[in-house]
Design a protein around this ligand. Structure first.
Ligand code: ADP
Ligand code: MG
Length: 231
């Protein structure tokens, strides 16, 4: 019998910050899992801990307690080298601002993570072009980020995040910087990519219209991950 493996699982994850005398508990034995191909919205007010959760899930930060499983692998006790390898290979991250390298073309930006993984130039270039075509920005592949609109920049950033076919795609308010029409267009492209690739996506957003279009929504309440009814 096949046992379905969660692409991402958080087990009793705790994270707090010390602020002077105060201890600020952001995550308190938080539990969560996402299946391959699933798109989950993370909707919570500013300061609730969305970025904290995404950074822990993306192995950019370590929890104080609990465990993070990516593609079934427990990441808590991994050394820094293996964590870095997991981040490059198994996880894609999209930020509110694109963070593309300004001196490189869109194509080169999407090639970069693949070249780091050891792909040959030609292979990386054809995969990058394919992804940019898929994001409907293929004709702009030789433009630098400054020559692209905000929505185009984010579509390149999404293509770059999935370049190494990660298990998990994490996005921290990826359309927070865009107007509603552009947001919707970028989100459509993102959705198509998730459906086609089978990546598990966790997307923090303030946009309720977008959240409703995902498979389900979650929020943070007293440091726990709880389901959110989007109506
Ligand atoms: P969100 O992304 O939902 O807006 P964050 O995860 O960025 O929330 O932050 C959650 C809370 O943790 C906020 O109150 C924030 O001020 C606090 N916080 C975040 N990072 C740190 C830090 N490095 N040191 C102290 N407090 C922090
Ligand atoms: Mg945030």
């Amino acid at each position: 019998m096949m046992v379905e493996q969660a692409a991402l699982r958080l087990e009793a994850v705790g994270r707090h910050y010390e602020q002077g005398e105060n201890r600020l508990t952001i995550l308190d034995e938080a539990e969560m899992m996402i299946s391959p191909g699933e798109m989950v919205a993370l909707v919570a007010p500013s300061g609730a801990g969305k970025s904290t959760l995404l950074h822990i899930a993306g192995l950019l930060d370590r929890p104080d307690t609990g465990e993070v499983y990516v593609g079934g692998e427990a990441c808590g006790t991994l050394g820094d080298d293996r964590r870095t390898a997991m981040r490059r290979q198994a996880i894609g991250f999209v930020y509110q601002f694109h963070h593309l390298l300004p001196e490189f073309s869109a194509l080169e930006n999407v090639m970069m993570p693949q070249m780091i993984m050891g792909l040959k130039h030609g292979e990386a270039a054809s995969r990058a072009q394919e992804l940019l075509d898929y994001m409907r920005i293929g004709k702009r592949s030789h433009h630098r980020p400054a020559e692209l609109s905000g929505g185009e920049q984010q579509r390149v950033a999404i293509a770059r995040a999935v370049a190494n076919s990660p298990h998990v795609l994490l996005a921290d308010e990826p359309t927070g910087n865009l107007d509603p029409t552009t947001s919707s267009y970028v989100f459509d492209a993102l959705t198509a990519l998730v459906r086609q690739s089978g990546v598990a996506a966790l997307i923090a957003t303030h946009n309720h219209d977008l959240a409703k279009r995902m498979d389900r929504a979650i929020t943070l309440e007293n440091g726990k991950v709880v389901p959110l009814d989007m109506g």
